[in-house]
Write a protein that binds this ligand. Structure first.
Ligand code: ADP
Ligand code: MG
Length: 602
């Protein structure tokens, strides 16, 4: 009913011009966006041969009358904005009035549309941009767009298409984005007459994620919420630390309901994950950012894939902080699950508010462990086995006061043994847990170091003999520049002539035998890291985690009582499940998985 207007030339020339239709996936994206804007509750997509031979999108949205249907095929005809000022506050996905005419000009195109209460609908057939047929159509209310033989009249662009498989995958990804962005809309996808998915409308993002990616993924996600100053709202889900992917395909970012790509947000996410993300891996995010439309410019990219923020710094900081806080919160949930008691402990229900962490050792495993440690000639003076068993080591004696942050649940797991002098085998309610001692130790040292740095500084221990050592000029330069950080970390290093340094103390808990050698290794490692990672991630934390890594390498293998303490300390960390470099510290193999492997369950 005359909703669509031609944009005045002046406005038309302001919308970011460019080719909207690059590939079948862009057709799908534009058509779905139109359906969403039309208020559809249900969108059905059908593709054949990677969308090259057919893309059909059917919606139950508001439809168009005949005049509007014809006008929708004109360039710069849109019902969504009227003036240049409207560009500041675009609330719809579309606003350029370019998609339909662009698509129709490079395909065999058919539009059928009908308004809800109209007696008849309209059918328009366009071939390579030329309108061939306009007639009454009798379809159900809503709009159906069929795009066949894409690029039949532009062979040059057809050549740029990839294999049907790749194009199909691009399309699927595009629909995933839309489906995640709009859980309240039902979606189906038929690919070459095979049903790929059928997603019912739902009220929550969580349900949509489960329907699309499975319950297993949803279980490993943590819910985000945070309101930053300046009214930046952040919601959605992110993968818990340790969950990552080799590609970016599950790193979804939405700004005001629009799926976008953003280097700024991507790096903010990385910054938020910091040590919880393995190098070269991508996080899983379903991140929704909502901000005042006036502070985002959506009119910067022809396919609206990018946006520009008025205050990029604030957005970056809000995202990074929200992710960081969410991960820390996720730790508690995770711990409760991880430490669910294997045996219902008798102490449960006592009034003690203090956390009870117990690592009980069952009798049958002890001799083995003892042998293991005896073999290394490191047998320690522990109470006899018999007395230790069933005597949960309560955390009270071990936790330093400020670290007693665990949840007041009786947490119990059993250490079974140590594999290959490296992996601690444990049992918890879920099944088997393997802990990488080195990774665990690194995580503990790192958090310790960071915590101390935040407090009064790291207590350092004087070396018996201070060491003087020389470094190549570039390395010396690096040390000079980072001297304050190193000192704050408890590394007593100072200049001692050109390219020469004196080191006379180290943090007490580092236990390094050759300090000069240790410093050289740390510097080497940081140099290679600084060339590959972004500036942002260098600095204190980066140095701290490198220091810890080398400290661990320099360490002796752990002895039995240390294994216990290690596990306890690990579980008290902020991010216990991965080392400061994002590698996992522990792996859970559930009983269900074991049952599957042994063919007890299918
Ligand atoms: P834009 O979405 O930028 O406005 P399009 O070329 O994609 O430009 O669409 C032009 C106009 O056609 C839209 O503004 C809208 O009014 C109308 N339209 C397109 N698709 C649909 C649809 N599925 N249902 C109802 N109206 C539609
Ligand atoms: Mg559109």
């Amino acid at each position: 009913m005359g909703r669509i207007r031609l944009l005045p030339d002046a406005v038309a020339s302001q919308v970011a011009a460019g080719e909207v239709v690059e590939r079948p996936a862009s057709v799908v994206k534009e058509l779905i966006e139109n359906s969403v804007d039309a208020g559809a509750r249900k969108i059905d997509v059908m593709i054949r041969r990677g969308g090259i031979s057919l893309v059909r999108v059917v919606d139950d949205g508001c439809g168009m009358d005949r005049d509007d249907a014809l006008l929708s095929l004109e360039r710069h005809a849109t019902s969504k904005i009227r003036s240049a000022a409207d560009l500041q506050t675009v609330a719809t996905l579309g606003f350029r009035g370019e998609a339909l005419p662009s698509i129709a000009s490079v395909s065999r195109f058919r539009l059928t549309t009908r308004e809800r209460n109209a007696l008849a609908g309209t059918e328009i057939v366009v071939n390579g941009g030329k309108i061939d047929i306009v007639r009454d159509g009798g379809e159900a209310p809503g709009t159906q767009v069929e795009v066949r033989s894409l690029f039949f009249n532009v062979p040059a662009r057809r050549k740029f298409l990839r294999s049907e498989n790749t194009e199909s995958r691009n399309i699927e990804h595009q629909i995933h984005l839309q489906a995640i962005g709009h859980p309240q809309i039902a979606f189906t996808l038929l690919r070459d007459d095979r049903l790929v998915f059928q997603l019912p409308a739902t009220t929550t993002l969580g349900d949509r994620i489960r329907d699309l990616y499975g319950a297993e993924l949803l279980e490993r996600l943590i819910q985000l919420h945070g309101v930053a100053p300046r009214k930046i709202q952040i919601a959605g889900f992110i993968g818990q630390a340790g969950l990552s992917r080799q590609t970016r395909t599950q790193q979804l970012i939405f700004v005001s309901g629009r799926a976008i790509e953003s280097g700024l947000i991507t790096s903010a996410i990385r910054e938020g994950y910091h040590t919880a993300l393995m190098k070269g891996q991508y996080p899983v995010t379903f991140l929704f950012l909502d901000l005042d439309p006036a502070t985002v410019d959506v009119n910067v990219h022809p396919s609206k894939r990018e946006v520009r923020f008025r205050d990029p710094g604030a957005v970056r900081e809000a995202v990074a902080r929200c992710i960081q806080q969410t991960l820390e919160r996720g730790r508690t949930e995770w711990q409760q699950k991880f430490r669910a008691p294997t045996v219902v402990p008798s102490i449960v229900g006592t009034a003690s508010a203090l956390p009870q962490i117990s690592a009980t050792i069952t009798p049958r495993e002890l001799p083995q462990l003892e042998r293991e440690f005896a073999l290394r000639g490191q047998k320690t003076v522990e109470p006899p086995i018999g007395r230790r068993e069933k005597m949960p080591i309560s955390s009270q004696e071990n936790l330093t006061q400020d670290r007693a942050r665990s949840t007041p649940v009786q947490q119990q797991f059993q250490i079974i043994g140590v594999l290959n002098k490296l992996y601690v085998l444990m049992e918890n309610a879920n099944g088997l847990v393997l802990v990488d001692q080195h990774a665990a130790h690194e995580r503990i040292l790192f958090e310790e170091l960071r915590r101390r740095m935040e407090e009064q500084g790291v207590p350092s221990q004087k070396l018996l003999l201070s060491q003087i050592f020389e470094l190549p000029p570039r390395d010396a330069d690096w040390v000079e520049r980072n001297m304050p950080i190193l000192q704050k970390m408890g590394i007593g290093i100072e200049s001692f002539g050109p390219n020469t340094f004196k080191i006379d103390s180290l943090p007490a808990f580092l236990n390094v035998s050759d300090p000069a050698q240790f410093m050289r290794k740390v510097i080497d490692d940081l140099k290679s890291a600084s060339s590959s990672s972004s500036e942002m991630r260098l600095g204190e934390d980066m140095i701290a985690k490198t220091v810890c890594r080398h400290a661990v390498k320099a360490n002796d293998p752990l002895r039995y009582p240390e294994v216990e303490k290690l596990i306890r300390d690990l579980l008290d960390c902020d991010l216990p499940y991965c080392c400061p470099h994002g590698r996992p510290t522990m792996i859970q193999i559930s009983l269900v998985e074991l049952e599957k492997k042994f063919g007890r369950k299918v």
